[in-house]
Design a protein around this ligand. Sequence first.
Ligand SMILES: NC(=O)c1ccc[n+]([C@@H]2O[C@H](COP(=O)([O-])OP(=O)(O)OC[C@H]3O[C@@H](n4cnc5c(N)ncnc54)[C@H](OP(=O)(O)O)[C@@H]3O)[C@@H](O)[C@H]2O)c1
Length: 327
Amino acid sequence: MKTIAILGGYGRAGQAIALHLVKETDAQILILGRDLQRAQEAAKKLNAGLPAARAQGFSVNARDGESLKAALQDADIAINCVRTIGFVETVTKAALDAKTDLMDITLNPREIHKVCHRVHSEILGRGRCFIVDAGIIPGMPSALVGYAAARLGPVRKVAIGELMRFREGSREEVAQFLEDLQNLSWGLRVYQRGTWRRPRASSKRKMDFGPLFGMQACYPYKLSELDGLPERHRLDELGMYSAGFGHWVIDTIFVVLFLLKVGRGGRGAKIGAGLLDWACRRFSRPPFGLCLKLEAESADGQRLEVILSHEDGYEATAIPVVSCLLQ
Ligand SMILES: NC(=O)c1ccc[n+]([C@@H]2O[C@H](COP(=O)([O-])OP(=O)(O)OC[C@H]3O[C@@H](n4cnc5c(N)ncnc54)[C@H](OP(=O)(O)O)[C@@H]3O)[C@@H](O)[C@H]2O)c1
């Protein structure tokens, strides 16, 4: 029986993952966070209704490498759901020293990729497995490209659409969302004719997100997790497309805040989050949820379309994380 530690286990993503782990596995679950009481309460909730307790809560500060290493000592796998901007190395080193595999769902690709490249030979040398950029976004876009290649054989074109429709969130949630997106390492690029190119106005495309969300105009951007995929799967075209947030006012505010790099702390971040929060409350309309659409075409003209959607963004995150662990 495995022991799985969830760093940030009583946070929103951590709780959703813990619940699925309890349902889908027989693993022991360690809920870790800085607040002992919250960790223990979350563990108690998970244990309610189980024939024998499987979850335990512990206090740990992920910035403190030694105490994190001690907390991970009995874990086979650690799932990181803590925003580790500025201390990825501490978490990575603690996992390596504790001989724990690591799955990281956080949106901090620049720092995570840099650290993982640096310790790559150590990860392999110690027989460990580290999976980064896990979850729905990041996570599923690159998995969907692999799925298209597995289903279609030689695949020529892949487009992945993404749609987010939010109910109102707390200001803190909106501020964190804004900061997360700033860290996601975007770029305005589509892969065409052998390289990632700046998209033309004509690169915008209409994508059908199914009966719930319908046909949407989508705009291209690039996620760092797509790097290397065109070469690996010999694609002629690859693009990630966003259908925005469901109303032009929210989209405009978001684009302006994004271009001004608002979201990286400070007063601007608070004002920006307030503005985005107001726009979501005022203009967001149901149906709410998160949806990914895969459109792929093989070299011999076969087409494949897949829609993944969930009304709750944290469920949408937890399901691929736990599916990946089960595999
Ligand atoms: N890949 C995806 O699809 C996806 C989707 C959603 C979210 N995410 C990412 O997942 C991460 C968590 O998001 P969330 O919305 O769940 O955040 P959240 O609700 O704020 O939860 C964060 C958790 O981390 C804990 N924490 C914070 N600092 C800590 C530290 N130094 N040491 C130990 N624990 C610490 C918090 O508890 P205390 O503050 O009490 O310690 C809390 O339990 C973010 O990086 C987000 O971008 C990824």
